[in-house]
Design a binder for this molecule. Structure first.
Ligand code: ACO
Length: 340
């Protein structure tokens, strides 16, 4: 008989219920430097009033020279592990969403693994731009359900400031840097409606719309990193319709109604898009977690940063139902529902 090598998967102990994943810890990290709209107006033909009115952004954090996505990600991951009461040795793998990796390769997740002192398990990146965290959560949730792992760090980390054209007022004012992380852990559920778990994830992509939001460089195309280019109006149009549809899809898949949602934790691109989704769900503004005013658009980091903030200040409570949604370059879009 041929010899078969040992599987590298972590075996799931047989349990009476189904294995699902649940969010067991939250973390976040932001660069120290705050850049206000007035700071930007000193070198760009823009104003605090224009930026506030169109986006709701007051200020953003910008990474220090040499500060990398992996630095922010590792800090966020440490916070999430501490919040979960776990050490790094508990981590079976890292799934990291970013559009601003430290290097073309290896994956930024591997750098984070090394910074955390982890020497086992898997570590890889996900590229789905602003939808990256939803994609990463979906992949990690599927791995836990399948028995491939029991504890996964799911991270969104960006240094958007490195890919902005600081002379383009149409994009430079919109983005910020940061990282957020959650610890996703296996839990044996029995199907009870109130049990803490990720209920479902819903992913979409349509590459026909790649040209409305992209980075105009890369190792294959130009050999350079490139800069963000965006047709803002077109992105806005797609955002409102596609996010409304995917939110309906997530609720319908679980037999839930809009009124069942305790918190909307949306991708933080623009307050007008966030408000439109909150209204669609019939949620009062105080049930929508907003960080875009202080963080701007941190791309894949925006949802886990918002989760971290709302968890840290006590808004998120066990048993509550959280709806997450995002759209970004690709186009990619998606939603996730989780019971805390
Ligand atoms: N300051 C002052 N004027 C500006 C600025 C600025 N920072 N940026 C653009 N303008 C000008 C334009 O040049 C244009 O001037 P013109 O009429 O003389 O040509 C005018 O403002 C209107 O430009 P629009 O792009 O049509 O402005 P709009 O009202 O659409 O607002 C915005 C732009 C805020 C980008 C909006 O389209 C938007 O929010 N789109 C959604 C896209 C988004 O949020 N992307 C983030 C990344 S993707 C994601 O995360 C989903």
């Amino acid at each position: 008989m041929d010899s078969i090598s040992e599987p590298s998967v972590v075996p799931v102990v047989a349990a009476p219920g189904l294995v699902r994943s649940r969010i067991a810890g939250f973390g976040g990290a932001l660069p120290d430097r705050i850049v206000t709209n007035d700071d930007l107006a000193a070198s760009l033909d823009t104003s605090h009033e224009w930026i506030m009115e169109r986006t709701g952004i007051r200020e953003r954090r910008i990474a220090a020279p040499g500060e990398l996505s992996s630095d922010l990600a590792a800090a966020a991951a440490r916070g999430a592990l501490a919040d979960a009461g776990l050490g790094a040795e508990a981590v079976d793998g890292i799934v990291l969403a970013t559009s601003t990796p430290d290097r073309t390769y290896p994956a930024t997740a591997v750098a984070v693994q090394a910074k955390l002192g982890i020497t086992r398990g898997f570590a890889f990146d996900i590229a789905a731009v602003c939808t990256g965290f939803i994609y990463a959560l979906a992949v990690a949730d599927a791995m836990i359900r399948s028995g491939a792992a029991r504890t996964i760090l799911v991270i969104g980390a960006e240094v958007n400031s490195r890919i902005l054209d600081w002379t383009d007022r149409g994009t430079a004012v919109l983005f910020g840097d940061g990282a957020g992380a959650v610890v996703l852990r296996a839990v044996d559920t029995h199907g009870g409606a109130g049990e803490a778990r990720v209920l479902s994830t819903h992913l979409h992509a349509d590459g026909r719309h790649a040209d409305i939001l992209l980075v105009d460089g890369g190792p294959g195309l130009t050999g350079t990193v490139g800069h963000v280019r965006m047709q803002g109006r077109e992105v806005f149009r797609h955002a409102v319709s596609k996010l409304a549809a995917v939110v309906d899809e997530a609720l319908a898949a679980n037999g839930l109604r809009q009124g069942d949602v305790d918190w909307l934790v949306p991708h933080q691109a623009n307050l007008r898009i966030i408000d439109a989704l909150g209204r669609k769900l019939g949620l009062p503004p105080e049930r929508v977690v907003v960080t875009v005013d202080r963080h701007a658009n941190t791309s894949a980091a925006s949802i886990p940063l918002a989760l971290w903030e709302a968890h840290t200040d006590g808004r998120l409570k066990p048993g509550q139902l959280v709806l997450m949604e995002a759209i970004g370059g690709g186009l990619t879009w998606g939603a996730a529902l989780a019971r805390l």
